[in-house]
Structures are given as structure tokens and as C-alpha cells.
Design a protein around this ligand. Structure first.
Ligand code: ATP
Ligand code: MG
Length: 247
């Protein structure tokens, strides 16, 4: 079956407890550097169950961001099988993957990745414009998301006029505006002070627990990892799964 770009991954209708959202089987990933191939993910197999939360932990350079980029359809694995909602991602076209990503996945990057020339409002509205939503509607919905993350008053500010914590909240609003079924966050609190980090964490956990959004988060902080349902520990490109609260 091919991936249908129109597929909607609604998180509004809770699925059965053991609904497999993502299945990776024997995923390998190689980077080419200086003419040589360098394997950074080795035979990774895992299941992401809808509605659960996962912490990806591991040493710097172990392959956490590489894995997250693959889960988020930002990068294609070199080999292995990748099913998302029962659909074969490997067999899809790049347009289909872009459509699926836009509709199903909200990505929060450690470095925010906001467009500097756009206001907070327009940064948040952008994923909706890509979907063909009218500018007026997109801005309306973006404004609501900014209010949700406590930034309604700063909607017209550009990223340069915002603090790190505020920028990260804009990035989270942008990830949420399309009502994704899955949020992937790469060290979302890594650049923030403790208080702001706790606010951001609470926001992500509320989305997971109250709205059923599946959450996969890279973190170096074992305290944060323990707040999530399961830990996926990456070691030299191999994955070790263990329950976060008993690690
Ligand atoms: N675009 C790339 N080209 C070549 N090698 C890369 C590329 N991106 C990452 N790597 C290498 O792949 C390995 C895994 O990198 P990755 O960014 O996934 O690590 P990480 O676990 O996220 O580390 P950190 O905690 O420092 O963010 C590293 O050895 C890195 O140097
Ligand atoms: Mg990383």
C-alpha cells in the first residue's frame, strides 16, 4: 500500500491501547564522509505505540538525532523497514513523505529553526500555509497556539526580539498548529533555564496525557526521561529499550 498524502493522523479519537504507530525493523543508517561510509545506526528495531511517551537518551554522537530525523521523515534510512500507521514509508515518494510529515508530525528542534524575517505569528502559521489553508485562517489558528503557550502578547515579534525560552515556545506552537498525532522533540529544553525548561516539559507532558499526542523526546536529563513512559537508550548506534522509571 502506498502512503496517501491525504491521510489524517487524528489524535482526537483515542486508539486501542496497543496501537502501533511506528514500527522500525532492522533500520541501518550510513553517512558518507570523505568518500567513506560510516554506519551510525545499526539494525534498530522498535515500536512506537500511539499515545505513549518515549525518552531517547545516550551519549553525544550515539545517533539520537539521526534516529529522530528518520522517525520524523526528515531523513531516509539506508536500509530496513519503516512503517508509519501501517504504511510503508520506504516505498513512498518524497512528496508523499512531505505531506505525511506536514499532517502527522510536529518537530521541535533544539536550535528552534525559526525563520528570522517572519513574526512569531507567521512562523507558527507556516505549516498551515504549506497545507493550503488560507492566510487568514492560518493566522487565526497560529494566534490561538501562541496563546496556548503563553505568547499571545508577542505574536508580532520576530525571533530576534524573543528570549530563548520564548523562541522555543514559538517552535512548540508551530509544531502544534497542525494538531499532529506525533511530536518529536530534540532536546527541547537543552538551551533553557530550569524554570523555563520545566514549563516547556509540562506543556509537552500535558499534550501527551490530556490530548493523547504521542511524544518522542531526546534528552540528556535522566530526571526528565523518568517522566516519560519508556526510555530508548542509544549506544553507539544500537538501541536498548528499557522502562524509564526503572532505569
Ligand atoms: N550529516 C552528517 N554527515 C556525516 N556524519 C554525520 C552527520 N550527522 C551526524 N553525523 C555523525 O553521526 C553520528 C551520530 O550523530 P547524531 O547527531 O545522531 O548524534 P547525537 O546522539 O544526536 O549527538 P548529540 O547528543 O551531540 O546531539 C556522529 O558520529 C556524527 O558525527
Ligand atoms: Mg543530537
Amino acid at each position: 500500500m502506498s502512503v496517501n498524502a491525504q491521510i489524517t493522523c487524528s489524535n482526537r479519537h483515542p486508539a486501542p491501547a496497543h496501537d502501533e504507530f511506528i514500527v522500525l525493523q532492522g533500520i541501518c543508517h550510513d553517512y558518507q564522509t570523505a568518500g567513506a561510509s560510516h554506519r551510525v545506526l545499526h539494525n534498530v528495531s522498535l515500536v512506537i505505540v500511539r499515545g505513549r511517551s518515549y525518552a531517547i537518551t545516550g551519549a553525544s554522537g550515539s545517533g539520537k538525532s539521526t534516529l529522530l530525523n528518520i522517525l520524523g521523515l526528515l531523513d531516509q534510512p539506508s536500509s530496513g523497514r519503516f512503517m508509519l500507521e501501517g504504511l510503508d514509508v520506504q516505498a513512498s515518494t518524497s512528496d508523499q513523505r512531505a505531506g505525511l510529515r506536514n499532517r502527522c508530525i510536529g518537530f521541535v528542534f533544539q536550535s528552534f529553526n525559526l525563520l528570522p524575517r517572519l513574526s512569531a505569528l507567521d512562523n507558527v502559521a507556516l505549516p498551515l500555509l504549506y497545507r493550503g489553508v488560507s492566510r487568514t485562517q492560518a493566522r487565526l489558528r497560529a494566534g490561538r497556539q501562541l496563546q496556548r503557550v503563553g505568547l499571545g502578547e508577542r505574536a508580532l515579534n520576530r525571533p530576534a526580539d524573543l528570549s530563548g525560552g520564548q523562541r522555543q515556545r514559538v517552535a512548540i506552537a508551530r509544531a502544534l498548529v497542525g494538531e499532529p498525532a506525533l511530536i518529536l522533540a530534540d532536546e527541547p529544553t537543552g538551551n533553557l533555564d530550569d524554570g523555563t525548561a520545566a514549563d516547556i516539559m509540562n506543556l509537552l507532558l500535558t499534550l501527551n496525557r490530556n490530548d493523547g499526542v504521542t511524544l518522542v523526546m531526546v534528552t540528556h536529563d535522566s530526571g526528565l526521561a523518568r517522566c516519560l513512559d519508556q526510555r530508548l537508550h542509544v549506544q553507539d548506534g544500537h538501541i536498548l529499550a528499557r522502562d524509564a522509571r526503572h532505569a
